[in-house]
Ligand binder design. Structure first.
Ligand code: HH2
Length: 286
């Protein structure tokens, strides 16, 4: 589709309305988990998680994505009570600072509680796998990220298959967005994510980033989370702690192709790289 035919130019998360017309938002990841693939255990302590969140905000993050359950291949599910035990002190402290907070959870009960604590958005990697999620988000006018995954974290990397990954994922995301709207979520609150690394081969991930512009026709802001992921490690034959440059190129290309929200671990570097990519994109459209 032509570069001009863009989706929404803003994203609403309760009272926050983000202008997406200048450059992509940078969403800094705070994993309050013992087992996340790149930083598991580093921020499980609430004080460490709050300090890390504040550091990412100081580096230029527009919002934070707080997660209490790893979704890496084979990760064990975390019961709602334990997710809330990990999230509550961190949300309370960062919300008091005035930070904009997204919470990475697939459970409507967890969503209900974290929105009551002051979170602004829910990042649902199951795209409404819990049938109560859409109504819960709609009641608060919260932001909602709907992400594509083929299979579940336990099975997703066992021989993922698509005839045309970009077209099939675009079609599926369009259906999930329609389901969210039908359940009362305001269109301006919905963002869509192709789910880099979630039931995809290296080639599928590359195609999704390089052809991201094809998802713009869905009419919702696009989220891309390529940061430190294993397709970069496979391409470069590098461990997770040496994937910064690969992550920056992936983020920059995604921004050039129309991503509106970049979900990343390395905020300062991504802010710089994505500003240049956004300027290049603007130059292309003139
Ligand atoms: N990736 C991860 C987790 N949540 N949410 C969205 N919307 N998009 C993503 O690409 C995405 C996501 C995996 O990264 P991370 O949170 O660092 O790891 P883990 O799931 O092991 O905690």
């Amino acid at each position: 589709m032509p570069g001009e035919a863009r989706g929404q130019r803003s994203w609403r998360c309760r009272e926050r309305i983000f202008d997406l017309s200048l450059h992509p938002l940078v969403m800094g990841v705070v994993n309050i988990t013992p087992d996340s693939f790149s930083d598991g255990g580093r921020f499980l302590d609430p004080g460490a998680a709050v300090a890390h969140g504040r550091r990412l905000l100081a580096e230029g993050a527009d919002l934070l994505d707080l997660g209490a359950e790893s979704t890496r291949p084979g990760a064990a599910p975390v019961p709602p009570g334990e997710q809330l035990r990990r999230l509550t002190p961190v949300i309370t402290a960062l919300a008091a600072d005035g930070a904009c907070l997204s919470v990475d959870t697939a459970g409507a009960d967890v969503a209900e509680r974290v929105l009551a604590l002051g979170a602004h958005a829910i990042n649902d990697v199951t795209a409404l796998g819990d049938s109560a999620m859409a109504a819960t988000v709609a009641r608060q006018g919260a932001g909602l990220v709907l992400m594509h995954m083929q299979g579940t974290p336990a099975t997703m990397q066992q021989d993922p298959h698509y005839d045309d990954a970009v077209r099939e994922i675009a079609c599926w995301l369009g259906e999930r967005a329609a389901a969210a709207r039908a359940a009362g979520v305001a269109p301006e609150c919905i963002a869509l994510d192709p789910g880099i690394g979630f039931g995809k081969t290296v080639r599928h991930n590359l195609e999704l980033i390089a052809r991201l512009d094809e998802l713009a026709a869905l009419g919702h802001p696009l989220v891309v989370g390529a940061s430190r992921k294993s397709f970069l490690g496979k391409l470069l034959d590098l461990p997770v702690e040496e994937r910064l440059e690969g992550s920056l190129v992936a983020a920059a290309v995604a921004a050039f192709e129309g991503a509106s929200i970049l979900r990343v671990h390395d905020v300062a570097a991504t802010v710089r790289a994505s500003r240049v990519a956004a300027a290049l994109r603007a130059a292309r459209r003139r």
